[in-house]
Design a protein. Structure first.
Lengths: 270, 288, 318
């Protein structure tokens, strides 16, 4: 009889505990598979079908409606850019309100941050659906959805960045007799601004990717083009659009990394 | 002799011009994007009251004196949340979809991330290839995966799970790779020196170091995936998203509001829980 | 002219409503209403038809632009929901609706929509039917055998894919909610997706629309089944139709009532004349082998509005 416990270097109790956890885990997986109807046949058939589609995706081709694709892409990037900038502007004061160094009252701080979290829970797509209802189809709804969703994401990030700021600079301003506003303007802003800008740029990158899907519900951008072509199964056009998005996001990634380096580089002392 | 004052003024001027050009560029980009996105201030302002109108329809009609009456009385909480048993079940289903998807995505990411780390990859080509692969997975939004997978795997949670898992592989893979790149290479070199092969080195030299980071990223990703799972239902992949899409289509405003409130509460709770677990994961490792 | 149109509208519900009068295309030239409506925003459903449709709708759009001298903006929606809310938000001026979508638009916009025309089939009728179908190898051949089986609805805002079957089932004493008479019910994300889901055995049965006339083996003269047969996505041999609804009035071309009256009349005249003056453009825009567009009035859709209100009331009875 092999002493399993000694083999793993554990006591018998530890082995039993880990064994139990392992069994529970497997039971959980099996329950889910039954619940969600994940059977080997279904997986097999699905993967077969997937390979068929993948084969049909090559070679990618823009198709007859390529100008729609380009327009959609331009819309997505424009929506992401405009929306992120506006969201950053609105999140800027909100970030201050959500940070412990500015709002010292513990209860107020906690509630404000929970409000941010709450609205963050609403996915961009849900906002988009609501805005399409309100202002009609088209990229305007998408822009508003991006603003609504990003504001709270950025507000939380800004607040955390402000909280992580070096307290010595604000202290110095207070020591020289500066007002609250001066403390913020000269003590917090100079060190925090580069971080905020970097976070905004990162938000722009991810907004571009998520703007692509807003079109699926009619809120403008390239999502509609993809959804259409999937519905009529023009797979090589679908792969073309995906590649186009990939290239665009990579380009924006690259540009924003450059801008970020310049901004952070500028802020550091020479 | 360096004229400090003049140098300072020159630097200030340079900085000012840089800020001004940056600002002008930003303004130009804003104008162009506003035009393309049809987001003129006039339409934004015109649209705002309509948005307010729509959002106000979502707010339930709750009357204080009958707040705790039964589900048939208008104005009570029960009347507003009359389908709460269905919704809670769907929320649970959604969280399980997100959990399974995150698990699969993590496994995929673990397999792909190490060749995508510059310090670990056997050669430059492998590094480049795996990095691009991960980017490809990450770039396509999960909804697009879901739209495609619904065709082959049919409607239902399976397509949603696989879609989110694919996207998660890319997203987590990149983060894992970056964590691996920041790892201390000495254990790696030590193991290499005694003749361990590549997978063994990864498993014993790198993984123990990056495990706390990995756990933290996985938990964070789970939060995001719960949010994603709530909307994956829009394209027929199950969960509360499908119900939400239905009631939005039917314009049952009160129900839309109720479901959104439930989603927000659920996601907040999961966020809170995940934050606690994350701090424990990081501090726990430091404790040992 | 006005009296003639009124009489036509009155006869609209009868199958013999042939436009026996020569309706001419309105004369080209900018109108007075262009001041109030500088762009015509037309709502279009994407993806329900061929992708070429977007290209073929182009000629239709250009003709309208030439005749009326104003640009036409096509706003593509993923489903009827978007179009309905666009009407309510006054974001769209004219769109093709299903009967159910029209009724919803009317409810959501507080009556700010007006139906103009409907498609007339080759046999003169202006209606279609909803059908309940299963796989021919499913062993289900009647509605009784559907007890406890799974059913897929097509689209929440579809008359044939949701509203009418449910209303008629209720009339037969069958509660269409999930778990009552049927087992699992759900939406598959569109008419086409529903057929595919049933064929893939994900649901035992589905509902969709078809003209109900013509050869069943080729998917009838017009409708979702015909479109899928033409696209080689469906072989009617694999499918069995186990129930047909009573005739459903075709969905109307809908115009927003708050647009200038002259605009609405111009649209009506344009669409009444199009099938005769430009038959190719008509064929590319209308989905299938329809014959003509004939006028229709709001009262014809009152039953749908009542059904929708009934649905909302019944939803609470759990």
């Amino acid at each position: 009889m092999i002493d399993l416990a000694a083999l793993f270097g554990l006591s018998r109790r530890q082995l039993a505990a880990r064994g139990l956890v392992g069994l529970a885990f497997i039971a959980w997986l099996v329950t889910l598979c039954i619940w969600f109807e994940i059977t080997p046949t279904r997986l097999g058939r699905g993967i077969d079908g997937l390979f068929v589609i993948l084969r049909m995706m090559i070679p990618p081709s823009p198709g007859a409606q390529w100008h729609d694709i380009l327009q959609g892409l331009a819309e997505s990037v424009a929506m992401a850019f405009f929306g992120t900038v506006v969201a950053a502007c609105i999140a800027f004061p909100l970030g201050f309100f959500g940070s412990r160094n500015v709002i010292v009252n513990g209860l107020a701080h906690f509630s404000i941050r929970r409000v941010f979290d709450g609205f963050r829970g609403v996915d961009q797509l849900v906002w988009a659906l609501a805005f399409v209802r309100a202002v009609g189809l088209g990229p305007l709804a998408g822009v508003m959805a991006i603003i609504a969703a990003e504001v709270f994401v950025l507000a939380k990030q800004f607040a955390e960045a402000i909280e992580n700021a070096d307290p010595r600079q604000p202290e110095a301003i207070v020591a020289t007799g500066g007002t609250r506003l001066a403390v913020v303007r000269f003590g917090l802003l100079p060190q925090v601004l580069p971080v905020l800008l970097a976070q905004t740029l990162y938000a722009f990158e991810s907004s571009t990717r998520s703007a692509a899907i807003l079109g699926v519900v009619g809120a403008g951008g390239i999502g509609l083009q993809i959804a259409e072509r999937i519905k009529v199964r023009y797979w090589n056009e679908v792969s073309f659009i995906i590649l186009l998005i990939l290239v665009t996001v990579a380009a924006i990634d690259f540009l924003s990394a450059r801008v970020r380096r310049r901004l952070i580089g500028e802020a550091s002392p020479r | 002799m360096i004229d400090v004052e003049a140098a300072f003024q020159a630097q200030r001027r340079a900085k000012r011009t840089a800020t001004l050009t940056g600002g002008a560029l930003l303004l130009a980009c804003m104008l162009v994007s506003a035009w393309v996105a049809e987001a003129w201030p006039s339409s934004l302002i015109a649209g705002a009251p309509r948005v307010g109108d729509y959002l106000s329809k979502l707010i339930p009609d709750l009357r204080p004196h009958v707040l705790f009456a039964d589900t048939k009385t208008e104005g009570s909480l029960g009347y507003w949340m009359y389908r709460i048993d269905i919704w809670l079940w769907l929320l649970f289903e959604t969280s399980q979809i997100a959990a399974l998807a995150t698990l699969l995505g993590t496994l995929g990411a673990l397999v792909l991330c190490f060749p995508a780390a510059s310090n670990l990859a056997p050669n430059r080509a492998v590094y480049w290839a795996f990095r691009r692969f991960l980017e490809l997975f990450r770039c396509v939004p999960d909804i697009v995966y879901a739209l495609i997978l619904v065709w082959t795997f049919g409607v239902g949670p399976l397509a949603g799970i696989l879609a989110i898992a694919l996207h998660t592989t890319g997203a987590l893979g990149k983060l894992f790779a970056e964590a691996a790149e920041n790892a201390d290479m000495r254990p790696w070199e030590g193991l290499r020196a005694v003749g361990a092969n590549w997978p063994e080195c990864v498993r014993f030299a790198i993984v123990p170091q990056v495990l706390p980071n990995i756990l933290s990223y996985v938990l964070l990703r789970f939060e995001t995936n719960v949010r994603g799972a709530t909307v994956i239902g829009f394209v027929g992949a199950g969960g509360i998203g499908q119900e939400l899409y239905s009631v939005i289509s039917f314009n049952y405003y009160q129900e839309i509001g109720a479901i959104i409130v439930l989603i927000v509460v659920a996601v907040s709770l999961i966020d809170l829980l995940s934050e606690r677990l994350r701090t424990r994961a990081i501090s726990g490792e430091q404790g040992t | 002219m006005i009296t003639r149109r009124a009489t036509l509208a009155g006869l609209g519900a009868l199958p013999l409503a042939k436009a026996a009068l020569a309706v001419e295309m309105p004369a080209p030239g900018k109108r007075a209403w262009a001041a109030e409506l500088p762009v015509i925003r037309m709502g279009l459903l994407g993806g329900e038809n061929d992708a070429d449709r977007l290209a073929r709708v182009d000629t239709y759009k250009k003709l309208m632009e030439t005749i009326f001298g104003v640009p036409v903006k096509l706003m593509v929606a993923a489903d009827y929901s978007g179009v309905i809310q666009a009407f309510a938000a006054k974001q769209v001026d004219i769109a093709y609706n299903s009967p159910s979508a029209y009724a919803q638009s009317w409810i959501q916009s507080d009556g700010d929509v007006r139906p103009l025309t409907v498609t007339q089939e080759q046999d003169g009728s202006i209606s279609y039917v909803a059908v309940l179908y299963t796989r021919s190898d499913s062993g289900i051949s009647t509605l009784d055998q559907m007890k406890g089986r799974s059913l897929a609805w097509a689209d929440p805002n579809s008359a044939s894919g949701y509203l009418i079957p449910r209303s008629e089932f209720r009339g037969m004493g069958i509660d269409p909610e999930a778990g009552r008479y049927f087992g699992r019910t759900g939406f598959a994300g569109g008419h086409e997706q529903t057929v595919i889901a049933v064929m893939n055995k994900q649901y035992d049965a589905g509902v969709t629309w078809t003209s109900g006339i013509g050869d069943a083996a080729t998917g009838y003269s017009r409708g979702m089944l015909r479109m899928m047969v033409d696209k080689k996505m469906l072989d009617m041999k694999d499918m069995r139709i186990i129930w047909k609804s009573r005739p459903i009035l075709n969905g109307p071309l809908t115009v927003r009532k708050s647009t200038p009256a002259a605009f609405q009349e111009d649209m009506l005249a344009f669409h009444l004349a199009l099938p005769k003056t430009h038959p190719d453009i008509y064929r590319s825009v209308d989905m299938g082998n329809g014959k003509d567009w004939v006028p229709v009035k709001h009262e014809d859709y009152q039953p749908f509005i009542d059904m929708l209100k009934q649905e909302a009331a019944d939803r609470r009875k759990r």
